[in-house]
Design a protein around this ligand. Structure first.
Ligand SMILES: NC(=O)c1ccc[n+]([C@@H]2O[C@H](COP(=O)([O-])OP(=O)(O)OC[C@H]3O[C@@H](n4cnc5c(N)ncnc54)[C@H](O)[C@@H]3O)[C@@H](O)[C@H]2O)c1
Length: 285
């Protein structure tokens, strides 16, 4: 299998009947593997279709190849967005979909638990959409990234402060309007339930490798809405627009660029053992 589901590229050939793209145009793709019978486009929740999977995670080529063939319906032109930056549009779209799922609106306060690549890119979307963003994170390097990129208004370390109490202080005693779980750590989920306001929303972004527990008493007494979010559906146009309009600057999230020959030593090994030192490592095949 060729890995890589976050990628950008240049059109080198067009299939029969494709007339709305041109050879030489830069694009990104929604790397979906979804049956041809599933309707896509606005109003369709195609991310929830049976047997949904991803190019680069389940076959059909991947971003680490020189060339890939994809269906027209997944291709999105990116105009003059540089190709390196555009490789981050896929995870940014994950953040955009989490934002949409939350129902949050400009002027509200969000708490994000975990400032890995997903938490940071979600924060970038929320800032661009006019929210106040509070991030909780343990890692020094990632706290620093949240600060230096300007995607967080407040960065809290749960080993130093009581996150839920601090969020209440920052919100006049009310609590955050929305919370986003981006760490796959149960303690973070618990904190979000404590930190959101009554009738607040908690969006679980994490994909858990183990069962998590939810303190239902916290949920019921505050009428909290707990929601899932998976991937994206019809999020790419708005996500690309955020980058094109300069509302999201993706460049600071590219922390290394490596050649394909260095993939294991400078890519996979680094992410396995020193995850917190990197956000996104770009590989040029
Ligand atoms: N729903 C989706 O469509 C989707 C898509 C992509 C990734 N994900 C999931 O999103 C999650 C986040 O992805 P990632 O790549 O950013 O992961 P990551 O592991 O790089 O980041 C998690 C962060 O949480 C921090 N953390 C750990 N314990 C903490 C604590 N007690 N308080 C605060 N922060 C704490 C870690 O230091 C780390 O920086 C993963 O579970 C991933 O599988 C979901």
């Amino acid at each position: 299998m060729t890995m890589g589901h976050e990628f950008s590229g240049t059109v080198t050939a067009l299939g029969e009947g494709v007339t709305d793209l041109v050879v030489g145009e830069n694009v990104v793709v929604e790397p979906y593997i979804i049956g041809p019978d599933v309707a896509v486009g606005p109003g369709n929740e195609y991310q929830l279709s049976a047997d949904m999977n991803f190019i680069g995670l389940a076959g059909r080529g991947g971003g680490l190849s020189e060339k890939i063939v994809v269906e027209r319906r997944w291709v999105h032109p990116i105009g003059d967005i540089p190709l390196d930056v555009a490789a981050l549009i896929e995870p940014l779209a994950v953040g955009h979909h989490a934002f949409v799922r939350s129902g949050a609106v400009s002027g509200q306060v969000a708490l994000i638990g975990g400032a890995g690549p997903i938490g940071l890119l979600l924060a970038a979307v929320l800032k661009a959409e006019g929210l106040t963003v509070i991030i909780s994170e343990l890692s020094q390097a990632r706290k620093e990234k949240a600060r230096s990129t300007g995607v967080a208004d407040h960065v809290l370390d749960p080993s130093e402060v009581d996150v839920a109490a601090t969020v209440r202080e920052l919100t006049g005693g009310v609590g955050a309007d929305v919370g986003f779980e981006c760490s796959s750590v149960n303690a973070v989920l618990d904190t979000l339930l404590d930190a959101v306001r009554p009738a607040g929303v908690v969006v679980n972004v994490s994909i858990w490798g183990h069962p998590a527990t939810v303190d239902m008493q916290k949920l019921v007494l505050k009428e909290i809405d707990l929601r899932g979010t998976i991937a994206y559906a019809n999020d790419h146009p708005a996500t690309i627009a955020l980058v094109q309009q300069g509302k999201v600057d993706l460049a600071p999230f590219i922390t290394a660029k490596i050649a394909l020959d260095d993939l294991v030593a400078q890519g996979i090994d680094v992410l396995t053992h020193h995850n917190e030192t990197q956000v996104k490592i770009l590989v040029h095949p």
